[in-house]
Ligand binder design. Structure first.
Ligand code: COA
Length: 278
């Protein structure tokens, strides 16, 4: 599947079990506009989510931005970007009635609600809706020139793709307030320190570091990975006492799966596990 503003490419994972596992790499592809997310980007992201959910071979989703195009003669090159936000040109003259349907069914929530693991690979600017898309992923791997930020305040707006909530749960209240109210950007080192980025790599190594993480996860039991995601996610949605009960019931239920027997036997027999995904 390949469309203009979102390119979707499935990369085979060697040694995945069940066989046929792929990492679905989605590239936001509007480099002349720093990959800003327009209405079409949202539609294609939502379709890609439906496809990822339906296709058992897709084990991990990686979302990235297209690299900048070479600069035309005499012009300065555009900077690297994951996504520099929602496309601001689509906001002009719009009323609340105009934007409500779009925000009620948006790509940020669709990505967040995927039951499979998601990784944002962030090189350069991830601003506004771009930071929110990265926050909708389970993990973020950033280049050392990545810049995260929620500058909507400068447009007379606030984040509308879940940013206020997800920043708060990842960074804590004070830092979320600072980012949302000041609009100031956070560089890669600070992002790593804050837990906004899981790993930081040089721009040259960003793809290999991201794909190594994705491949590692893609080689686990896809069934158990989904259970792991549900269980960790419960920590965000439930009080801890209920989250602990959720984890316990998920853990106990895994004792009735074939993959638990396969994993335990493989360890005891010192061989690699050949998962069946159930
Ligand atoms: N929506 C629409 N277009 C955008 C955009 C956005 N969010 N962010 C960047 N662009 C476009 C610019 O208009 C410009 O287009 P043009 O070359 O046709 O004029 C192109 O992308 C390059 O951006 P430019 O501003 O020239 O790059 P820069 O290196 O000077 O600055 C940024 C980079 C990221 C600091 C700056 O583009 C910016 O502040 N973008 C908006 C960020 C934002 O507020 N996002 C939240 C939106 S809710």
């Amino acid at each position: 599947m390949s469309e203009d503003v979102l390119l979707v490419e499935d990369k085979q994972v060697e040694g995945s079990s069940p066989e046929g596992g792929v990492i679905s790499v989605w590239t936001l592809n509007r480099p002349s506009k720093l990959n800003a997310l327009n209405a079409k980007s949202h539609e294609l992201l939502k379709s890609a989510c439906s496809r990822a959910e339906a296709d058992d071979n897709i084990r991990v989703v990686v979302i990235r931005g297209a690299a900048p195009l070479p600069a035309p003669e005499g012009k300065r090159p555009k900077p690297a970007a994951f996504a520099a936000g929602a496309d601001i040109s689509e906001f002009a003259g719009k009323s609340s009635d105009d934007v409500l349907p779009f925000f009620e069914d948006n790509a940020w929530d669709r990505v967040w609600n995927l039951t499979k693991p998601t990784i944002a690979m962030v090189d350069g600017f991830a601003l506004g809706g771009g930071t929110e898309l990265a926050l909708s992923c389970d993990m973020r791997v950033a280049s050392d020139r990545a810049k995260f930020g929620t500058p909507e305040i400068n447009l007379g707006l606030i984040p509308g793709g879940g940013g206020t909530q997800r920043l708060c749960s990842i960074l804590g209240y004070g830092k979320a307030m600072e980012m949302v109210m000041s609009g100031e950007m956070v560089g890669a080192d600070e992002a790593l320190r804050l837990g906004l980025a899981n790993k930081v790599a040089s721009p040259d190594e960003l793809e290999s570091v991201t794909m190594a993480l994705a491949e590692n996860i893609a080689r686990k039991s896809p069934y158990t990975i989904k259970v792991a995601k549900r269980s960790v996610r419960a920590a965000l949605d439930l009080p801890m006492s209920e989250g602990i009960l959720t984890e316990r019931s998920e853990f106990v239920a895994l004792f009735d799966t074939e993959d638990k027997e396969i994993g335990v036997s493989a360890f005891l027999e010192r061989k690699s596990a050949d998962w069946v995904g159930r």
